[in-house]
Design a protein around this ligand. Sequence first.
Ligand SMILES: *Cc1c(COP(=O)(O)O)cnc(C)c1O
Length: 487
Amino acid sequence: MRYISTRGMDIANSSMEAIVNGIANDSGLYVPEIIPRLSEQELVRFSKLTYNDLALEIISKYFLDLGKENIAQAINRAYNDRFEVKIENNFLELYHGPTLAFKDAALLLLPYLIKLSKDKLNINNKTIILTATSGDTGKAALEGFKNIDGIDVIVLYPKDGVSDIQKYQMITQEGNNLKVIAIEGNFDDAQSAAKSIFLDKNIEKILKANKLNISSANSINIGRLVPQIVYYFYAYFDKVNSGKLSLGEKINISVPTGNFGNILAAYYAKTMGLPIKKLICASNVNNVLTDFFNTGVYDINRTFKITETPSMDILISSNLERLLFEISDRDSLKVKQCMENLKNDFSYKIDEEMKKKLKGFYANYSTDEEVKKRINEVYNKYNYLIDTHTAVAYDVYMKYVEESKDNSEYIIVSTASPFKFIRSILNALGTSTIGKSDFELVKDLSKQYSLTIPNGIKDLNKKEIKHNINCGKDEIKELISTLLMEG
Ligand SMILES: *Cc1c(COP(=O)(O)O)cnc(C)c1O
């Protein structure tokens, strides 16, 4: 299948090209030339499949030129013994992977898709994945890309900007092709450093001389999006198979949203024919998306707020561009205009025609106080612990039901384990965390709530430290140049 840019000036002739390029050369995002639709027979057949087999069918619809056999192998390597999806009390748990957050679903598979694409396109250059992280993406990228032939990873994290758990997850990471660097500064410093390296002329020369390509796991690579479509089908079929739903009946899905990737995957699933009634876009107080869905104006002229849901603290939701493309009936001129306005005026407004196409969404947001209340509510009601991000999805779902009285079957997307943002969860539950390390808190949570400590963080602080490079924010370029020249 061909992939076209949302800004209309670039076409990738195959999914392989789109995956290797990551971002289109007109700065737009690649989208499939046609979003595949499933027939009714396919829906019936797919409803009986295991997760890996379902993933194979869905992903092959988008990336068939990689070869179905190859995709099957990639899925098995990526997921077997490393990732699984479970559904409890209407919560779709996407965090049973090495990093305890849903990004594993895509970042375990993406490396194999890039490797396959490079092989098929006969690209022999080594690929350097350079990623700035506020915690979750970095670890997921390290875990996914470790020991993958022909790809090296450099992760930049803000020395004082990640939790102890996140830091230890990264600095104890094993693998022969990985570098983890602590940057003096905050996430913005790490992010700006990464961006400036992508644009630096001198670095470009070094890359060329050493036959290297540079790419990013932060990117809005289509290879990261498509694997996320799968679990919506899986969750729906699970409800059908357990008798809660008849095939064809519509459900509501609530997604805690930051960069608009996960909910966009749900939108693609709906477009493919998954019976979804409302897609519920749940935000925290950085509620740009809530305002956008309710007014048609996207406006980032506002103060950035730090919340208990750090993975959703974001003002520019990159993947929204792909939704704009669809609701404008794939009018790349309109998309381009919006993106230019965003760049110049920090806001844009969509027209009435486009706004009408947002009817399938409901959007709202939660405060930290509401998150705290919902964590307790769910615990008391189901004897079940949810993380802060998941609590946002639950809170906004409850607001939707209250407003609409719509009692259709539903799914709340659960994006992180309660062990991951542990301090926030324990605080919400009224347990004192003062003076305790994250690692002590993990033991407390496990004991107090009779939960097994997930493998991803078990004895993390006893593991050997493999990475201890520190770097001032003005020395990053020099350090990366040296690393690149060393190969
Ligand atoms: C990344 C992330 C999100 C937001 O997902 P998007 O695809 O960026 O909208 C929500 N929760 C957690 C725990 C995350 O890591």
